[in-house]
Design a protein. Structure first.
Length: 231
């Protein structure tokens, strides 16, 4: 390990460590949330609270149907988390085949995800990878969390603080433009993983690195590799 190596690597989860679930599963969970409040929403409102939800989206939808944003969002997050957990049990959400590359990195590791903390806790315990990471940060089931998720730096900065590392010596690894922006805004170097589902994804802010697999991270000069897994 040289003085030029990173002090830590922080990963996004969905699309990086674990596969995505079908959007239809998440949309069904959103529809079930409305049903629990005896609301028959317009299809476009179900879409607005399925993925990529902004504070404005939530406020507008809840105002339209006279719902409490706090109560609606808590149940929506619980329903979405349960749907993802069920997808894991069905074998539809799994670890990527190149996950062993993460364990090979000889640095403190962290995770920052816009998914629910409950979902992350289940995933990492179920797949027995929780011991790999010094810190794992997901969203709380509150409307306020929507303004704090990436591309905001809030959860990235919390992870860096938990790992006790400087941003400028940390690599943030993600698979969306929001990951690249959040990592860059926090002062980290960034690696964009262009998985097959991101072939046409536009990343306007150039990442420090672009890779197709996690294995390629092990070839980066600033990423030390455990000797028993060196490649």
């Amino acid at each position: 390990m040289t003085d030029d190596t990173y002090d830590a690597v922080v990963f996004d989860n969905d699309g990086v460590l674990t596969t995505l679930v079908d959007r239809a599963i998440l949309r069904t969970a959103a529809a079930e949330t409305f049903a629990a409040f005896d609301v028959d929403p317009a299809p476009e409102d179900v879409d607005r609270v399925t993925v990529g939800v902004s504070p404005d989206d939530l406020a507008a939808v809840c105002d339209r149907y006279d719902l409490s944003p706090e109560a609606f969002w808590r149940l929506r997050d619980e329903t979405s988390s349960r749907a993802q957990i069920d997808a894991v049990h069905r074998g539809e959400k799994r670890l990527y085949d190149d996950i062993d590359a993460v364990e090979a990195i000889d640095l403190p590791l962290g995770v920052v995800s816009s998914n629910q903390q409950t979902t992350l806790d289940f995933l990492f315990d179920h797949f027995a990878i929780d011991s790999w990471f010094g810190t794992v940060h997901g969203r709380e089931p509150t409307p306020e969390s929507l303004a704090l998720k990436k591309p905001a730096t809030h959860y990235v900065e919390r992870a860096l603080e938990s790992l006790a590392v400087d941003a400028d010596r940390t690599l943030f690894v993600g698979d969306t433009w929001v990951d690249v922006v959040a990592g860059d805004r926090a002062g980290c170097d960034t690696a964009f993983v262009r998985r097959p589902h991101r072939r046409d994804h536009t990343v306007e802010l150039p990442p420090t690195y672009e890779v197709e697999t996690l294995d390629e991270l092990l070839a980066l000069d600033r990423v030390p590799v455990r000797s028993e897994t060196a490649r």
